[in-house]
Design a protein around this ligand. Structure first.
Ligand code: LR7
Ligand code: MN
Length: 576
């Protein structure tokens, strides 16, 4: 499941790169030049730059100062940094170790200033002086880490201190979740010894990110709490638009736009506000991104205005401390990673709050392709968290998640306190949430059949099988021996004749039967199932779905109700 989770993150990334324009525009470049003018000199501190690949320092400058021309320092203005091809063996080893320890290019990060400049990604709309309230509450910034790289952690903290009005930063709380890397011990304390705003809290044992955040919460005294991952970079003006929303309404929970910091080059890839996405989820209880839906677009005159989002990604958000408390903070039965983002999203909406993404606020995050740290052995942590989530918040809809995990709930501990919390808060139902906040979501109960789709030929042991994730779109739909575990063999046959899971639909246009994003207009995604013949006849081609004799491949054939390998059994087919 660790693999699954990481896979999903990679998929999210892929999806992002598909939906959002990449790289700065001409206007962006113009803004960059303006930024560089304001960053001509800067003090150099310990840890500012890794010593590994030194660059030429200009001569004749005052001690402790570097003349910028920022574009000549590696990574300034968020530019990509690449290593030369002719690295020595020793350097190569260091580069590999950096990747091993962190699942991103630590070596390259170490070359970049922990105060590096970034372009200002804001829309002009965001910069109008009257945009934000004059009196904003101050925030505790809580950053949890388990074994974070030195330069990356420092850059996160400096980006907060360097790019926020000082009076709005009540404190920065670094929660060390029982790291064992040496640089996170005395070296970290010494580094921040003279910065009164930065406090370090140490977990007595490995808590996992959710309980680590709760430990930060216990120490925090600011009016607002702002959570960040430990590998982020805040951009100019990131904080005011977040605090402004909370100042206007204490039950509003806000997220910045999460820009991508490339895991290889550390390039900061920002997105303009017209490309903003909102959060959703699928019935595997995995978070995903969506374009802003039409009904939400219609509420706005400008794309930079805050948008309502059904869910949050999880790591980067601000919330009023009292509101967080009222919502019962997080479920402290959640371990290590996952599910807490949906828990907080659902209860924010269901219990009287609003969740928004604020396009004027941009924070970068290093997206990784795998989890670099240890998870618990012998428990499926993510599933356990998700079952707790489903039991407490999903009402009768929890069954759709359980179908996806073969109805194997496992031991999920005691949830009575969490149920009592929900009851005492008098929260709305999950149905209310789906109807009012996330009407776009496909509800499996609206399907005619749900479960495996089994071919009747060659002993009737073969099922449709695909992970059906974003990066499998346009690839052939697979086959595998039926296993009765849900997962990649769980399909829905919709009222409109789609064979689908989440947003992937079986699609045939004359070549292979592939997965394709569901488009809802029948055509190549329309399959007519005849319960008496058990044939699945394709709409636009009139051919029938079948398997080859090796049971390795789907084929489309002239329909023949006499052959077994054209017949299919759809689980839980609703005959009414
Ligand atoms: O045991 C742990 N203890 C920790 O303190 C495990 C992790 N952590 C720290 C870790 O060092 C990091 O700072 O917790 C933070 C989050 O862990 P990541 O970076 O491994 O998580 P992620 O970025 O892959 O995952 C996203 O989903 C998580 C679900 O539990 C959390 O909500 C993360 O905060 C969240 N990250 C984001 O929302 C950033 C954008 C990603 C997207 C989409
Ligand atoms: Mn992260």
């Amino acid at each position: 499941v660790v693999g699954t989770a990481w896979f999903t993150v990679a998929v999210l990334l892929y999806r992002d790169s598909q939906q959002r324009p990449a790289g700065p525009t001409a206007e962006g470049l113009h803004r960059e030049l303006e930024v560089s003018k304001t960053h001509q000199t800067r003090e150099v501190k310990d840890g500012d730059r890794g010593p590994l690949i030194p660059f030429e320092q200009p001569k004749n400058i005052e001690e402790n100062e570097v003349l910028l021309p920022p574009q000549e320092l590696p990574g300034e203005l968020g530019k990509p940094v690449s290593l030369p091809g002719n690295l020595t063996q020793d350097v190569k080893k260091l580069v590999d170790k950096g990747w091993m320890d962190n699942a991103f290019n630590q070596y390259v990060s170490d070359m970049i200033s922990v105060h590096r400049s970034l372009p200002d990604p804001r829309d002009e709309w965001c910069k109008e002086p009257e945009r934000y309230l004059k009196q904003l509450p101050s925030t505790s910034v809580i950053i949890c880490f388990h074994n974070e790289a030195w330069s990356v952690l420092l850059r996160t903290v400096h980006s907060v201190l360097d790019r926020s009005p000082s009076e709005l930063i009540h404190e920065v709380i670094l929660v060390d979740d029982f790291s064992d890397m040496n640089h996170l011990k005395d070296q970290l304390e010494n580094y921040w010894a003279e910065e009164p705003k930065v406090k370090i809290v140490r977990a007595p044992q490995r808590l996992g990110l959710i309980r680590a955040r709760l430990l930060g919460y216990k120490h925090a005294t600011g009016k607002v709490l702002t959570y960040l991952d430990s590998h982020c970079e805040c951009t100019t003006g990131w904080l005011e638009p977040l605090l402004d929303r909370i100042a206007r309404n204490w039950t509003t929970v806000v997220c910045p736009v999460i820009d991508v910091i490339d895991d290889t080059t550390l390039a900061f890839i920002f997105h303009d506000s017209s490309g903003v996405n909102v959060g959703g989820f699928d019935w595997n209880l995995q978070f995903n991104w969506h374009a802003v839906p039409q009904h939400e677009k219609e509420r706005h005159e400008n794309t930079a205005e805050p948008v309502w989002s059904p869910t949050m990604a999880g790591g980067l958000f601000s919330i009023d401390r009292e509101f967080f408390k009222r919502l019962g903070t997080y479920d402290d039965g959640f371990d290590i990673w996952g599910g807490e983002n949906l828990e907080l999203s659902f209860k924010t909406w269901m219990c009287g709050g609003t969740l928004e993404i604020v396009p004027c606020s941009h924070v970068g995050h290093i997206f990784r392709k795998r989890s670099p740290y240890k998870w618990r052995k012998g428990v499926n942590v993510l599933r356990r968290n998700s079952v707790r989530l489903a039991e407490v918040w999903l009402d009768e809809y929890s069954k759709y998640y359980y179908q996806r995990i073969g109805n194997e709930k496992g031991d999920y501990g005691d949830i009575s306190e969490r149920k009592a919390l929900r009851k005492n808060l008098g929260c709305n139902s999950f149905k209310w949430y789906l109807d009012n906040v996330y009407p776009e979501l496909f509800i499996p109960g609206d399907a005619v059949a749900s479960g495996e789709i089994r071919n009747m030929g060659y002993g009737a042991k073969t099922c449709l099988d695909s992970a059906a994730r974003k990066n499998e779109m346009h690839k052939p739909l697979g086959l595998y021996p039926c296993h009765k575990q849900g997962g990649n063999q769980f399909w829905l046959y919709s009222k409109t004749g789609e064979i689908r899971r989440d947003e992937a639909c079986a699609d045939y246009s004359g070549q292979d039967v592939i997965l394709y994003p569901c488009h809802g207009s029948k055509g190549n995604q329309y399959w007519n199932y005849d319960l008496s013949t058990k044939l699945l006849r394709h709409g636009s081609s009139g051919k029938c779905l079948a398997i080859n004799a090796a049971k390795t491949k789907l084929v489309m054939e002239h329909c023949d109700p006499e052959v077994e390998y054209q017949k299919w059994n759809l689980e839980n087919y609703d005959k009414s």
